[in-house]
Design a protein around this ligand. Structure first.
Ligand code: HEM
Length: 500
């Protein structure tokens, strides 16, 4: 059966050359292995001299076209109703209920219409100020105040916290849940009775995130009723934070109603999508800035200039200053795209029988399945084009690592060059995906990260802490390596902060 399936698939995908792996063994000269997109980002497409290649696994996994062509990516996202998110990709985030990420078609539109009003300049201004306050509180909580120098063995221990008083326990629980979303789909319930530490940790983390979400929902429901009473007396204004909008939708009877299962599903999505991704992008950016101190100084100079002419005066950076902080934004895109934020091709290591999960899950890539026959215009790495007919059910994966390391778009892609992003249009920021399903939290994440980074750079210089005898390129390889989770991240980032 396997031989027959493989032959049928190779014929189906024969238009484009590519990988025909037997087993997903560790990455080697013979085998792509897990994480091949990251590990072979500089070689894989150029080997076939194509920007779109095929991957047809022999024993396990779903055959897919992979593309690092922006033009191909745009054809797919522009095709109305022509492509959907496949079932196995959806199932990765279905654990707590259907949500914005998991839905297709009209259901997706309903979720998006409920949440869109939460992403407004008013909310971003609030996010900016909250982040600035959080930074201040964090300096006290971490004992940085009054010190001229501070060593952190892993800056990653700071970025996941959402309040200065939050213990690492919750952030850690969320991290375990993020990493165990796929294993939990595969491991049967009875296995949790065995005294295995990893499984026990997964279960405890899962329960504590669940409890946190239920409490969060209850608190927001109570706040909302109090707010209603407040407004019925003619006071207060509508507050459009995303949780309140979701809770209102769960109490609504109209077309934009959200079930209680969807409320929990979306609460989990917001915690995960809104949190993991941003903290990992910041870790990568801090790592790069600590390593490339000349670039850090250039960015700091901008922050300094903006601060000295800030409309608010009083030595405070304000939300209104955000558009002028172009280099800080560039630094983040540099860090984010070097990392090609999010998602784990390491899922390819999951065993036979779960072949459908052998595709990467979140978004170092975007996986889509054709619902109708579709004629795709492809291009070769040397510029000539061709056509590929996609039958219904055929998969195409937009490979963001491939795009961000494609020298046609990013000359010298391995170089950390935030300057290439200084005047970028929002539509160029492909680390947030593209098309109608572009990240809903793009501006939210940018506001939060630019606020945090600008405040940090105002006070502190960042230096990479090298091991004895280690060179900077070795530090980069050791620390800024791609690590899987539900979002893609870097290793522990050891930095020294020295006061400016
Ligand atoms: C640096 C931080 C972030 C990065 C790199 C990022 C990246 C992405 C990408 C690539 C997608 C597309 C996924 C796909 O279609 O398969 C996405 C979708 C999404 N993101 Fe983000 N994101 C970030 C921050 C946030 C934040 C802060 C929020 C919420 C406040 C958020 C909420 C979402 C949601 C709900 C979706 C699904 C949108 C839909 O399908 O309509 N993200 N994100």
């Amino acid at each position: 059966r396997k031989v027959f399936e493989f032959r049928r698939n190779t014929r189906k995908f024969s238009d484009l050359p590519g990988l025909r792996p037997l087993l997903f063994l560790p990455t080697s000269a013979l085998n792509p292995g897990s994480g091949w997109q990251w590990v072979r980002r500089d070689k894989i497409y150029s080997k076939y001299r194509m920007n779109t290649i095929s991957l047809v696994p022999i024993l396990s996994g779903t055959p897919t076209y992979f593309t690092r062509s922006l033009d191909v990516a745009r054809q797919i996202v522009a095709a109305k109703n022509g492509f959907v998110k496949p079932e196995d990709i959806r199932s990765v985030l279905l654990g707590w209920g259907r949500n914005l990420f998991t839905e297709n078609g009209s259901e997706w539109i309903r979720h998006r219409r409920i949440m869109n009003p939460a992403f407004t300049p008013e909310v971003y201004a609030h996010v900016w100020n909250e982040t600035a306050d959080l930074y201040e509180q964090m300096q006290h909580a971490e004992g940085w105040i009054g010190r001229s120098e501070h060593d952190l063995s892993a800056f990653n221990s700071i970025t996941p916290k959402r309040s200065a008083s939050e213990t690492m326990q919750f952030a850690h629980a969320l991290d375990i849940v993020s990493r165990s979303v796929v294993p939990r789909l595969l491991i049967p319930r009875w296995a949790y009775r065995f005294p295995l530490k990893r499984l026990r940790d997964m279960e405890i983390a899962h329960r504590s995130v669940d409890q946190f979400m239920q409490e969060l929902i209850k608190t927001r429901q109570a706040e909302l009723s109090a707010d209603k009473a407040h407004r019925s007396q003619g006071q207060g204004g509508p507050e459009k934070d995303v949780f309140r909008l979701m809770i209102r939708a769960s109490e609504d009877e109209g077309a934009l109603r959200m079930s209680s299962e969807e409320l929990t599903g979306n609460t989990f999505l917001m915690l995960l999508a809104g949190h993991d991704t941003t903290s990992r992008t910041l870790d990568a950016t801090i790592g790069f800035l600590a390593l490339y101190e000349d670039i850090q100084e250039e960015i700091y100079q901008e922050v300094h200039d903006v601060l000295s002419t800030s409309t608010g005066g009083g030595g405070q950076l304000r939300f209104e200053d955000y558009p002028r902080l172009k280099k800080v934004q560039g630094g983040l895109f540099g860090g984010g795209t070097a990392l090609s934020c999010v998602a784990a091709s390491y899922f390819q290591t999951w065993p036979e029988g779960h072949a459908d999960l052998c595709e990467p899950a979140a978004a170092t890539m975007m996986v889509r399945e054709a619902t109708d026959t579709f004629v795709l215009q492809t291009d070769k790495a040397d510029g000539h084009g061709g056509q590929v007919i996609l039958e219904p059910g055929t998969r195409v994966t937009i490979d963001f690592v491939g795009i961000h390391y494609n020298p046609e778009y990013f000359p010298e892609p391995e170089e950390f060059q935030p300057s290439r992003w200084y005047d970028a249009l929002e539509s160029d920021m492909t680390m947030f995906s593209l098309g109608p399903r572009v990240c809903i939290g793009r501006r939210f994440a940018l506001t939060e990260s630019v606020s945090f980074l600008s405040h940090l750079l105002c006070d502190w210089r960042l230096h990479a802490v090298l091991q004895p005898g280690e060179t900077k390129p070795q530090w980069r390889r050791r620390v800024l390596r791609g690590l899987g989770g539900l979002s893609f991240g870097v290793g522990r980032v050891p930095v020294r902060l020295t006061r400016r």
